[in-house]
Design a protein around this ligand. Structure first.
Ligand code: FES
Ligand SMILES: [Fe+2]
Length: 358
């Protein structure tokens, strides 16, 4: 007998992700090793105004590389590993005309070229190409810098461009005060599951529920991601959409984009909140927030008004779900076809990544 797919393509027949995906170390590692094929958020161009060197520690375990973004006349992604004995070059964002390793003083240009090394005059065939830093590819869309693999890149960017290409995202300004980093005791996929449905909003997020029109909440799937659209309740903040927008005429309070595996781009009338879901271990996840403001007068209003409260409410749920799915008697559940399409799609991509299961 041929075994069926782990997640049936028909949501009405499907069962949810088996609990071992959230609890087994070996499955966690197997999935993690596939995530280097995907593209990942590196930075927004406005972050480089204050610091022209930004290390990317959140990509180390996913890509297996310590990387940094540098900017002189050009923006580049370089290896952050000194070619002498392997020390990290930048350990925090900084501003400098060159890159200097803090261990023994080797310096590089912002293009990665080795420039100077103390006590090396007698070394033969030095410097050679391998003494410079390796450069990695980047893609910049609308001011957002991505690095990593290519999986789903074209389909995701095409989709976002069609929908919200009118937004001047490249002119949004980095707001340091909106930066957060949370370590939670749950598997990264549980955090993503929770993000991918608005089903829980009335039960978990009382204040957010008052702002959004629950019955009009929409979920759309596209190759490599999910878009959820929150419609504003009467009197709540919404986007002033241009006629060119496919949503012109609607009172949209938020565009919530999830991009496989763990990138969330949340667009509100005030700007963009980026959430990065960084898998640390099978039951530990780091959630990183960056805020980029386009319209200051809209801060604090509507669906994107109090993100800290919504985040705290979600984390409590997700951590309790981790304990629940770790119980021996729980194996898997079923999906709501009207409310859990996004979760179903995520589980399909995830299981397909390691089992060729579509
Ligand atoms: S490890 Fe960088 S100079 Fe030695
Ligand atoms: Fe939530």
């Amino acid at each position: 007998m041929v075994a069926g797919p782990i997640i049936d393509s028909d949501i009405r027949k499907a069962h949810t992700l088996p609990s071992r995906y959230y609890t087994e170390d070996t499955l966690f590692s197997e999935i993690l090793s596939t995530l280097s094929n995907s593209f990942h958020f590196a930075a927004h161009v406005s972050q480089l105004n204050e610091n022209n060197i930004i290390p990317l520690p959140q990509l180390e375990n996913i890509l297996g590389e310590a990387l940094m973004i540098t900017k002189d006349v050009k923006i580049r992604c370089l290896s952050n590993v000194c070619t002498h004995r392997g020390m990290l070059i930048a350990t925090k964002p900084c501003n400098s005309k060159n890159l200097k390793c803090g261990y023994h003083g080797r310096t590089f240009g912002l293009d990665g070229c080795m420039k100077n090394m103390p006590e090396f005059t007698e070394v033969e065939n030095f410097p050679s190409d391998s003494d410079s830093l390796i450069e990695f590819p980047i893609n910049i869309w609308n001011g957002i810098i991505f690095t990593g693999g290519e999986r789903f890149f074209t389909s995701v960017i095409d989709e976002i461009q069609k929908r919200i290409g009118w937004m001047r995202i490249e002119s949004f300004e980095y707001d340091k005060s909106r930066h957060r980093s949370y370590d939670i005791n749950a598997n990264w996929a549980l955090y993503v599951d929770n993000y991918l449905e608005g089903f829980h909003i009335p039960f978990v997020h009382g204040d957010l529920h008052n702002v959004l029109d629950y019955d009009s909440y929409k979920t759309e799937l596209f190759e490599g991601g999910v878009l959820q659209i929150g419609i504003a309740n009467e009197g709540e903040a919404y986007f002033q959409l241009p006629i060119s927008s496919p949503d012109y005429g609607q009172k949209i309070a938020a565009y919530y984009y999830w991009i496989y595996p763990g990138l969330m781009l949340n667009f509100y009338p005030w700007g963009l909140s980026v959430n990065i879901v960084n898998p640390i271990s099978v039951d530990k996840t780091r959630i990183i927030y960056h805020g980029f403001v386009g319209e200051k007068s809209m801060l604090g209003k509507g669906a994107g008004g109090d993100l800290d409260k919504v985040e705290a409410e979600d984390q409590e749920i997700v951590e309790a779900t981790q304990r629940g799915v770790s119980s021996k008697s729980y194996e898997r559940g079923r999906y709501s076809p009207s409310k859990e399409k996004g979760v179903h799609y995520f589980h399909r991509i995830l299981t397909n990544s390691i089992n060729n299961d579509f």
